[in-house]
Design a protein around this ligand. Structure first.
Ligand SMILES: Cc1cc2nc3c(=O)[nH]c(=O)nc-3n(C[C@H](O)[C@H](O)[C@H](O)COP(=O)(O)O)c2cc1C
Length: 164
């Protein structure tokens, strides 16, 4: 399973609803291409993981990179990775981590919250945070994070896209 993590910054502020719509459209596209993944938004910065075949993931990343709604689209990590999916529950889902309360519940400490803009450039930090957010989202709505037997990721419902 090929996985790719990238970070980007919004060009201008978008409402929660617009960002949720981007996520749902992304999930529909990704599902067609056998891609699963997750993204975090915090202070206009996105960190996102895509996993699937190298061809499908690279093609999606090229398309997303050209999107004029964000810039500084930086590839943090790409690897052949593990045998199975680690973010298989959704074809894409999203967590808004702008809120310190939710941040504390997901990450356990506020020490990285203020520093997120800088630390999110670190692939290990970002992959770790994506993992925590994904696990948290799965347990919040009581679905299996291992997504065993799931051939294709779900399309998220509004209540799956967490924000406090
Ligand atoms: C932060 C961000 C993340 C995105 N992630 C994805 C994604 O995972 N998959 C996807 O197909 N499009 C994603 N998009 C949207 C694409 O850039 C592009 O608008 C979309 O793929 C075009 O789809 P369409 O040709 O069906 O209109 C993302 C956009 C932004 C701003």
């Amino acid at each position: 399973m090929y996985m790719l993590v990238f970070r980007s910054e919004l060009n201008s502020i978008l409402s929660y609803n617009v960002i949720k719509d981007i996520c749902i459209l992304s999930a529909r596209n990704n599902r067609r291409h056998g891609i699963s993944g997750f993204m975090i938004e915090c202070g206009g910065v996105f960190v996102q993981i895509l996993e699937g075949s190298a061809e499908a993931v690279d093609a999606t990343f090229q398309r997303v990179s050209a999107d004029a709604r964000h810039h500084h689209v930086d590839l943090l990590l790409s690897t052949a990775g593990s045998a199975g999916r680690q973010f298989g529950a959704w074809a894409m889902n999203l967590m808004f981590l702008d809120d310190p309360l939710l941040w504390r519940r997901v990450a356990g400490s506020l020490s990285s919250y203020d520093d997120f803009l800088r630390r999110s450039r670190d692939p290990v930090f970002s992959l770790g945070l994506l993992s925590l957010a994904y696990q948290f989202a799965c347990s919040a709505i009581n679905i299996d994070p291992a997504a065993t037997g799931l051939k294709r990721g779900r399309i998220p419902r509004t209540r799956h896209m967490l924000r406090s």
